[in-house]
Every structure is written in C-alpha cells, then in structure tokens.
Design a protein around this ligand. Sequence first.
Ligand code: DHB
Ligand code: FE
Length: 281
Amino acid sequence: MARITSGICTSHIPAVGAALDNGKTEQDYWKPVFAGFEWVKAFEQAEKPDVVVLIYNDHASAFDMKVIPTFAIGCGEAFAPADEGWGPRPVPVVEGHPDLAWHIAQSCILDEFDLTIINEMKVDHGLTVPMSLMFGQPAAWPVKVVPVAVNVVTYPPPTGNRCWALGEAIRRAVESYPEDLNVQIWGTGGMSHQLQGARAGLINQTWDKAFLDKLTADPASLRRTQHIEYLREAGSEGIELVMWLIMRGALGADPQELHRFYHVPASNTAVGHIVLRPAVD
Ligand code: DHB
Ligand code: FE
C-alpha cells in the first residue's frame, strides 16, 4: 500500500525561483539561501519519492475572484507553469498522478471532506519554487505531484484545525491506496511576511522559530492558533503557514525532526524549511 514517508515544509518565495532561473544562486545575497537546501536535495535523491502530495496556495494565477475553492485537488495528467507576469518559469511541466489524486478525492469526500476537483490548471511559484528547491534544475521533475491548493489569499482562509483534519484525511486516503508508493507530503508558504500596507516587510524571527519548534513538539497549540495571531505576529501573508498544518496533521503523533533551516532575509520573507519523518506504527 502507499505510505507517507516524510513531511517537508518550505517557504515558496518567487524571487528564489527568479534567482535560480537567472543564474544568481552564487551571488552573496542568495548563496546562503540555496545552501540551506543542499541537505534536502541529497535527502530527496536518497529517498526517491514516487509522488508528492503538494500543499500550496495559488496567487491569483489559476483562480481569481471568480472562483475561490477553499481546498482543491489537481486530478489532471499534467500541470504547466503559470505566467505570473514575466512569462512562465523555465521549469518542467509538473506530471500529475490522476489515479492517486482521484482516490484521495474519493476517500476525503466520502470521509466528509469536500475537496474541489480540478482537472485543468496552471501552477504558480507556490508550487514550482518548492519543486526547484528540492530537486534543482532537472530536464524533467523526478516525481509525480498531486497538487492540493488552499485558499489563503482571500478572506476567509480555513482554520489551522481544519487544515490539520484535512492532513489526517489525506493520510487515511494515501494509506488506503493499494499500490506500493513512496509518498511525501509537503506544506509550502510562509514564514512571516507582509507584502503590503503600513507593516510591509514585517519579519518576526522569534514567532517563526517558535512555530517551527511547536510543529514537532507542541502541535496541539498550533491547531488552536487563531488567524488573528498569524496576522498580528507573522504579517498578512504569514497566514500561508496554516498550510504547514495539513502536512503536520498527515504525519500523526511524534514525528522525528530530521532537518531544519531558517534564514532572513530573502525578498520580503523569512525562509523556513523543515523535514519530518513520521513515527513507525
Ligand atoms: C513574496 C513571498 C510570497 O510568499 C509570495 O507569494 C509573493 C511574494 C515575497 O517575499 O516577495
Ligand atoms: Fe505566497
């Protein structure tokens, strides 16, 4: 049967994708950012996941004010990079896993978690930048992806507790898929950042680091963390962090922290990254 073998979270800063695409990774500003992902690149080469359930948010690329799904699952064969204003990123098309995606959709919906099914969509930096950070610049991505898009752009986003419960439902879905598949779940976005208004540029290292600590050690408190705390402490776009709780909910009790990286600044954002291994049951 399919198994979730690790959970990985990372920020998805668009400027990181642009630095990579434009050959700037060796510049003084960017070097420490990319150095922080060397560990996970080696980890991915050793782990060889078959599929990533990739939790991310779209930034008005595939969805806009006309359609705002709270949780959407990509069941298509392939997802091309979106044009976010400078042309699509020069990265491979993301290959889906329609069988697993439809299975997760069925399992979650019958588990009373009503995901929106999307067969055609483009994917933006929220999904492609984490792919680049984990896998570098290959001619084709070495993994299939089941994209799960979460609305954290237009109020109201889902609660952290609801995100956690979705993670639990995704785990049940994956573990009821009959084929032996090495599946990872990723949470993306964050950490603290605010892109507009009087507090633009806000970065709260103390709060971010406490969030990383609690992800392993005190997740129950994160389930109860209210939107207003994310906004106040981590800035308006810090709310992207609720997506990390989907990853965490899918791992169950007592995961082991394998790796962590935190760096300030990159663009307007703190870079956060963590790799967790679920406990064997
Ligand atoms: C930035 C960060 C994001 O998460 C995003 O979606 C857009 C921009 C930034 O740091 O500029
Ligand atoms: Fe974002």
